[in-house]
Write a protein of this length. Structure first.
Length: 341
């Protein structure tokens, strides 16, 4: 089913900013990014593009991928805000969809980081040209991931609407605390001594200034889309998967049109999927303990994607008052939508 941008339930920004179309593409992008509102504070400055905040390098890649990405109607796209459980969702979806051909005993997850198994649309491992080619060479149905807001995703290609999307959200307080830790793990030569107070991170997050933020707008776009098109957009919460991972895996399999058979249920396949994707299993594997990806201006250690993997850790870092303040902001922003955290 090919949907169009107009069919989407989500509101579009009224005054979209569009890069000018003269000069070479690369210079044009950089010039354009340099004109955007910028905020300092996180480990790299964030720039605001169509309401959302991005690292400048990532925005450069987003603008680049808009020209090169070729969507397919049967793509399966995992969407998150960073630190909402992207790594976990990639592992789960990869394992659920690949279970007919991959054995658990020598499963790719045992030797490869989940981010190596499911590429991001907008974040190349190395240089962008080969990344675009890599995405084109993947067999259908492709498993892809993105942190892009829905409005940006749709801008890239109206046809993308026909892809199935799984959106994983997470309690904003835990997302923020996870983000704050993560900022100190990404290695940047010029920011080796980077240090950010949690209070500063909290203030910026509450203002909506965090990577891919405002937090609430990102969630809300996909939430509304999931209400309008539940067969195409599945909206999940990290805490719900944590509470009953086996049921979450069953629901995911149904959404992906690969439900567990009676035989699979009897032999405990859903439980095995949960086990191999669990925080304990993944963190016990050498591939997730060492190594990383050099993105040029920053180095991303594989281990940075695993910290505690629990719900409610925010209470160990934020005061009760901070928690209540953030809850109130998010509640007001989501009011009337039926979405809550
Ligand atoms: P914490 O920092 O709270 O521990 P992302 O993958 O979007 O970058 O999110 C990272 C967060 O997900 C981290 O949260 C990380 O520990 C957690 N995580 C990673 N793998 C997980 C898993 N298999 N199960 C549960 N949580 C996981």
């Amino acid at each position: 089913m090919a949907s169009t941008r107009e069919e989407s339930a989500t509101c579009r920004p009224e005054d979209d900013v569009v890069p000018p179309k003269s000069k070479s593409k690369s210079i044009r992008r950089k010039d354009f990014i340099s004109t955007l509102p910028t905020r300092e504070g996180w480990s790299t400055p964030l720039v605001q593009y169509n309401k959302y905040w991005h690292r400048a390098q990532i925005l450069n890649e987003i603008l680049q991928v808009q020209d090169t990405f070729n969507p397919r109607s049967d793509d399966i796209i995992m969407v998150t805000q960073p630190k909402s459980g992207t790594t976990w969702l990639k592992a789960l979806t990869f394992t659920i969809t690949g279970r007919a051909r991959l054995s658990f005993s020598d499963h790719p997850l045992l030797t490869r980081h989940p981010h190596q198994l499911v590429p991001f649309i907008e974040i190349p491992d190395h240089d962008h040209t080969s990344h675009a080619r890599l995405l084109d060479t993947l067999p259908s149905p492709r498993l892809l991931a993105t942190h892009l807001p829905l409005s940006s995703l749709l801008e890239m290609s109206p046809g993308r609407c026909s892809s199935r999307m799984i959106y994983l959200s997470r309690n904003p307080k835990d997302t923020l605390v996870s983000r704050w830790h993560f900022e100190h793990k990404v290695l940047q030569p010029e920011h080796r001594d980077f240090k950010m107070e949690l209070e500063k991170a909290f203030t910026m997050f509450c203002e909506g200034v965090s990577e891919c933020g405002p937090f609430w707008d990102h969630c809300l776009e996909y939430w509304m889309e999931s209400l309008a098109r539940p067969d195409k957009v599945m909206f999940l919460k990290y805490e719900e998967i944590k509470a009953d991972p086996v049921q979450a895996v069953r629901n995911l399999a149904v959404f992906l049109d690969v439900p567990f058979s009676h035989e699979e249920e009897t032999s405990g396949v859903p439980q095995e999927v949960v086990r191999i994707c669990s925080f304990d299993t993944l963190t016990s594997l050498p591939v997730n303990q060492a190594g990383g990806v050099d993105h040029g201006t920053y180095y991303m250690p594989n281990s940075a994607f695993f910290r505690k993997g629990v719900a409610g850790d925010w209470a160990n870092y934020m005061t009760k008052q901070m928690g209540e303040n953030l809850d109130l902001i998010v509640k007001e922003k989501l009011q009337g939508s039926g979405l809550f955290f």
